[in-house]
Design a protein around this ligand. Structure first.
Ligand code: SF4
Length: 315
């Protein structure tokens, strides 16, 4: 089934509109289209609204010709998804610019290349909301829908946004596997499933390759594909392949031969113990999309610049 198109009712008032939305927990949302409309109109977190809109106004030099999205970024993918990939939050100059999660930043480059190898996406790149990318059997979302300063949502902001994820999971009736990117995604996944009545005791610990059965769901941990993790080799393409192949198996999805062949060639998904050890060794506090902003090295801006299709209208 192809990815869900943008709904006709999608609000298009410019970033900075004074329109106010119902708080996440109060929105009566019967369909994915209604959920998306509610998410993109949300202004419930003043700090994040100010940040996302300031980033959209001030931009960065390499994207000065873009009209930034500057609003909350909804999930997207296949409404018949059997697995959900959950990240932290949009990057200020990635999803907050393009209007699609994991789109227009290096984290998305890594993630969608891996999803393409696994047969979950129609193309290995994700550069703009109108680039033709379609997901197959998968849905991608962020736990917090607005770009946070320093990649650190406050607990209150996390909690305020959680009902959107809870409702999203309810509206994906075929999904029962959740790939949680980073410890924040893992925590959000467990919180959302807890809100759906699937609490776990004791609380399973995050690790790369860790698996937790939570009610009818299986949550699979994966290091976040931030530049911080991929540049340091903490997360390699092979490690991401391992997790996605395992997630596809759990979801009953046929795995594309490229990723399956790599896993069959001898790599193993590391168990929870090794993953946790690596987690403790890893430098830096964050594993989110926006962590790439802090990552050293010359490639981030240049690479993104090459991917940018020139002047754009945000969506
Ligand atoms: S983070 Fe979530 S709840 Fe807060 S303003 Fe953004 S969409 Fe609304």
């Amino acid at each position: 089934m192809p990815s869900m198109p943008r709904p006709a009712s999608h609000p298009h008032e410019p970033a900075g509109s004074t329109r106010r939305a119902e708080p996440a927990a109060h929105a009566p949302l019967a369909t994915l289209a209604e959920l998306e409309a509610a998410i993109v109109a949300c202004r419930a977190c003043p700090r994040l609204v100010e940040w996302r809109e300031r980033a959209a106004r001030e931009k960065v030099a390499r994207f000065r010709d873009w009209t930034y999205w500057g609003r909350p970024v909804p999930g997207f993918g296949d409404p018949g998804a059997r697995l959900v990939v959950l990240g932290l939050a949009p990057a200020a100059h990635g999803g907050n610019r393009t209007g699609r999660v994991f789109t227009g930043d290096r984290s998305g480059d890594v993630l969608f290349a891996a999803m393409h190898r696994a047969g979950l996406s129609s193309q290995p790149t994700s550069i703009a909301a109108d680039d033709g990318l379609r997901l197959h059997g998968a849905w991608v979302a962020a736990a917090v829908r607005c770009a946070p300063p320093a990649n650190r949502p406050l607990p209150a902001e996390r909690d305020r946004c959680l009902p959107f994820l809870v409702r999203e999971l309810q509206l994906l009736p075929d999904a029962h596997v959740l790939v949680a990117l980073g410890a924040f995604g893992w925590d959000a996944a467990l919180r959302a499933l807890g809100a759906l009545g699937h609490a776990t005791r004791p609380r399973p610990r995050f690790g790369h390759g860790a698996e937790a059965r939570v009610g009818p769901w299986t949550v699979v941990g994966c290091y976040h594909p931030s530049q911080q993790n991929t540049f340091t080799g903490r997360l390699t393409p092979g490690m991401l392949d391992d997790v996605l192949v395992r997630a596809c198996e759990l979801a009953g999805l046929r795995v594309a031969s490229t990723a399956a062949a790599r896993v069959a060639a001898g790599r193993r998904v590391p168990g929870p113990a090794s993953g946790e050890a690596a987690e403790r060794r890893a430098p830096g506090p964050a594993s989110g999309e926006a962590a790439e902003r802090r990552a050293p090295g010359p490639a981030s801006g240049d690479e993104a610049e090459r991917h940018a299709p020139g002047p754009a209208t945000g969506r």
